[in-house]
Design a protein around this ligand. Sequence first.
Ligand SMILES: N[C@@H](CCC(=O)N[C@@H](CS)C(=O)NCC(=O)O)C(=O)O
Length: 219
Amino acid sequence: MSEFVVHSVPGSPFGRAVLATFAEKGATYRFASVPPGTMKSEPHTSRHPFGRVPVLEHNGFTLYETQAIIRYLDRVLSDPALTPVDPKAAARMDQLMNVCDWYLFQGVNNVIGFHRIIGPRLMGLTPDETAIANAMPKAHLVFTELSHLLGGNIYFVGEQVTLADLLIAPQLAFLAETPEWKPLTSNAPNLVSWLRRMNDRPSLQMTTWERVAKLSKAA
Ligand SMILES: N[C@@H](CCC(=O)N[C@@H](CS)C(=O)NCC(=O)O)C(=O)O
């Protein structure tokens, strides 16, 4: 069986979505840690011209953008399927994945998650409270909409886990570690229960920041 290589960094929510997809499929991969401070230079920019993670390599095929990667994995590792067959359910999954990238990440997690977690933990920065406060109106809107779309479902699109759950869970798990989580979920208890269910899945347990950091040290 050909080797999958994931270039990423421990703690990356997008990278975690890829690793969790492998775990859901029961498939193996090699984790190639991108050394700190090298994401914007060669050789990484040859893999990812925008200097981000994750990047997948498979049989000489290189792919960046998390949605593209996990959709590719769902096609080449077909069992269990993580995309619904029903066109409406598949469209809902696609919609949620775009809500994640366009609204949950941009302006919410890349601000709150950065200032609360990444900056202090990796760069010794003090959280910028003004930037966090400015991100909160959009964050409330995103949480309200995610809660609405989840409704009474077990997973975002129904009873089966899909790529949408695997993309969104690492982003919300990040925010759940911040003081903003409580006000953001005060009217969204279904999101709290959903995240608990996701965190209980082996695929999320195997891909925590700590577990991936250990994996990357051992590699
Ligand atoms: N649209 C990209 C976003 C990837 C992304 O932003 N990754 C973060 C880590 S979770 C990153 O590489 N950040 C480095 C930076 O912003 O310079 C994807 O879906 O893969």
